[in-house]
Design a protein around this ligand. Sequence first.
Ligand SMILES: Nc1ncnc2c1ncn2[C@@H]1O[C@H](COP(=O)(O)OP(=O)(O)OP(=O)(O)O)[C@@H](O)[C@H]1O
Length: 253
Amino acid sequence: MSNSSVLITPDNQQTVLQLDKINKVFNEGTPLANHVLHDVSLQVSRGELVALVGTSGSGKSTLLNVMGLLDLYSSGELRIQGHLTQGLSEQQRTQLRSESIGFVFQFHHLINAFSTIDNVLMPLMLRYGKPNQEQTEYAQYLLNEVGLANYAHIATNRLSGGQQQRVAIARALVSRPALILADEPTGNLDTQTADEVFDLFERFNVEHQCAIVIVTHDPRLSARCPRTIRLTDGRIVYDGASANLPNAFTKTV
Ligand SMILES: Nc1ncnc2c1ncn2[C@@H]1O[C@H](COP(=O)(O)OP(=O)(O)OP(=O)(O)O)[C@@H](O)[C@H]1O
């Protein structure tokens, strides 16, 4: 399925994520200092589906963690839905994160002992406490959407890997975020299941108009994203249409 139908026009285009000259130095000021991100500038608008690619160690996860306010950056400016993130307290960062961003990781971090629907509701429970009827109905709607309508009350450790990743996607969407950040979400799935999980990202991207940035080593999946950003040694070396990615940059491992 192509994503070319995304309804972005100049009128409703809205910047969800903006990075200006972001640098990240681990262990700054120590002999172990490691300058991993170098002047990374990019913008992601509502409804975009973006692949973040690059060889192992190029800084993809570091960049995703910075974008998601899971890690601090060393210099530059980062805005999420127009909010400047510099100088926010930990509590404010957590609030902005939980209001604006949904995460999907390779290892989905579901809580095994909990039912599927409680896992989906977890971000809302952490924020608001006991879920209300509208929230529960929305979680059930998302489970229907990811093909798990009948699994709501089954413990997640009884689901297959692909099913668990579907639960993680529903969980990422439950707070209706403007941005989904996914780090190798299909990394431990077989090809067919990876394709099916990716179909869901495409569908939610179009139907909910959430922006999605997805780290992947799989060139088949990055080719399905209209836009690719490629990192080499923590620098953006390509940012444009995936279809125009130079051959020299198609290697994603
Ligand atoms: N907490 C940390 N402290 C110091 N260096 C780190 C830390 N986390 C990551 N790095 C370094 O940052 C660089 C980029 O790592 P990162 O995990 O972002 O790469 P990646 O492109 O996601 O790699 P992969 O595709 O293998 O997951 C590596 O050199 C790594 O060693």
